[in-house]
Design a protein around this ligand. Structure first.
Ligand SMILES: [Cu+2]
Length: 170
């Protein structure tokens, strides 16, 4: 019995030595591990929150959209010969939802806001890679290159909740 205990004790000693080493190592890094796991989880939650909102924009940009800003008018110098289309950008979407435009010539699209505080101000034409953050009140002009007759071009707010289209007629 004595011989058995003596014979196995070094094994127990070594095992318990490593167990102690391990747990002190764990203790040393535990807080750091927990902290980084929490940090990663937090970032993931924030990111997916933004994604759930469907936003390609930063949080700051979104809050700016919702806040009133000073009245400003942005009008680019445009040749007067180009036909002009007007789109009213309202809190509840775009008006009219279907615009008609002549084909085969550049179009000047005026985006008109008036006390508009919704995300309709993040105006996008995906296929032209156009995104404009519009002022709360004002006019922003977007140039659309010549299109084929029959072409239907979609526009929307950046989240895709308000939509509309431009129909090009020959
Ligand atoms: Cu939207």
């Amino acid at each position: 019995m004595l011989a058995f205990t003596l014979g196995t004790s070094p094994v127990f000693f070594i095992l318990s030595y490593f167990a102690t080493r391990l747990s002190s190592l764990m203790e040393k890094y535990f807080l750091r591990i927990v902290a980084s796991v929490l940090l990663v989880l937090g970032l993931v939650a924030f990111e997916s929150g933004l994604k759930l909102m469907g936003s390609p924009y930063s949080f700051t940009q979104l809050t700016q959209l919702m806040l009133p800003s000073e009245k400003q008018t942005v009008v680019n110098a445009v040749p007067v010969t180009n036909p002009e289309l007007q789109l009213a950008v309202k809190n509840e979407g775009y008006e009219p939802e279907t615009l008609r435009a002549p084909a085969n010539q550049p179009i000047m699209l005026s985006l008109v806001t008036n006390e508009t505080y919704s995300c309709s101000r993040a105006f996008t034409i995906p296929e032209l890679d156009i995104t404009k953050i519009l002022p709360a009140s004002g006019i922003v002009i977007v140039e659309i290159p010549p299109q084929q007759p029959g072409k239907v071009m979609a526009f929307s707010c950046s989240m895709g909740m308000y939509t509309g289209k431009i129909v090009f007629e020959g």
